[in-house]
Design a protein around this ligand. Structure first.
Ligand SMILES: CC(C)(COP(=O)(O)OP(=O)(O)OC[C@H]1O[C@@H](n2cnc3c(N)ncnc32)[C@H](O)[C@@H]1OP(=O)(O)O)[C@@H](O)C(=O)NCCC(=O)NCCS
Length: 228
């Protein structure tokens, strides 16, 4: 990490101060493939306010001088958007046992220096500290390899996530956003990825049936790898 860059961790209402910087950063990074998200500041502020209202949320900031160049969020799944709760609830997962990792966004010039790992390390440590969670989970947008918007040099995060011990499940969230170039919102399928909290390096194919990790095996077994 560059020497003038620092990582800050904020919780609940401490996040208020950072809303606009994080909103602009999210909109800038998520304009790119695979998200192609034509966001609005109004939506962004409402989204971040839902994290600031929670007593158990976390915001990790990467600050270079006075600029926010990276951000990552986490919140109990029960307090996250219902769209992320529904696919898990539908499969009998106890929503209260899942800590949801929201986005990780980092400006391109700061990538490849281990900050992405820091985002996971710190959110997982936070979830551990809260004590009542058995799982961490996040959602990734599904895109086909043939997607005409896919840049030739696009690098998927999939290998990174697998290495972190996450497994893509066969559970899908449906999110709505306006894609760049469109006039109206469309529905986007997102794959839910999960990891049993107690062991991050466990191979999904070798787990104990009755443990959270064993349950994970059930979800990943039928899973088709997302194409993005
Ligand atoms: C996802 C993201 C936050 C990762 O940040 P990062 O700081 O680059 O990640 P790290 O440097 O910790 O690297 C993570 C892994 O990816 C690999 N990686 C990073 N940049 C790479 C590159 N350009 N080419 C190949 N591998 C790369 C790293 O080697 C590392 O793997 P390793 O542990 O085997 O070494 C960043 O790429 C990003 O903001 N992407 C756009 C938004 C996004 O897709 N967010 C995730 C979903 S919300």
């Amino acid at each position: 990490m560059q020497s003038n860059t620092q990582i800050l961790v904020r919780h609940g209402r401490e996040m208020n101060h950072w809303f606009d910087a994080v909103a602009h950063l999210r909109m800038k990074v998520f304009r790119q493939y695979p998200y192609l998200y034509a966001g609005s500041l109004e939506y962004e502020r409402g989204y971040l306010a839902s994290y600031a209202r929670s007593h158990e949320s976390v915001l990790i900031l990467v600050v270079d001088g006075k600029s926010v160049v990276g951000a990552s969020t986490g919140i109990p799944l029960a307090q996250a958007d219902k769209a992320f709760q529904l696919p898990l609830a539908g499969r009998g997962v106890d929503i209260d046992s899942v800590f949801y990792c929201g986005e990780s966004v980092l400006l391109p010039e700061y990538r490849g220096q281990g900050i992405g790992h820091q985002f996971f390390d710190r959110r997982e440590a936070h979830a551990h500290k809260l004590e009542n969670f058995q799982w961490t989970a996040f959602a990734s947008v599904d895109r086909s390899h043939e997607d005409p918007n896919r840049p030739a040099q696009y690098r998927s995060n999939e290998a990174f996530w697998l290495k972190r011990g996450y497994a893509p499940s066969d559970m899908k969230a449906q999110l709505h956003w306006r894609q760049i170039g469109d006039d109206t919102e469309t529905t986007h399928a997102m794959t839910m990825w999960m990891r049993a909290l107690e062991r991050k390096d466990e191979d999904c194919s070798r787990q104990i049936p009755d443990s959270p990790a064993g349950k994970l095996r059930e979800f990943c077994a039928a899973s088709a790898r997302p194409a993005a």
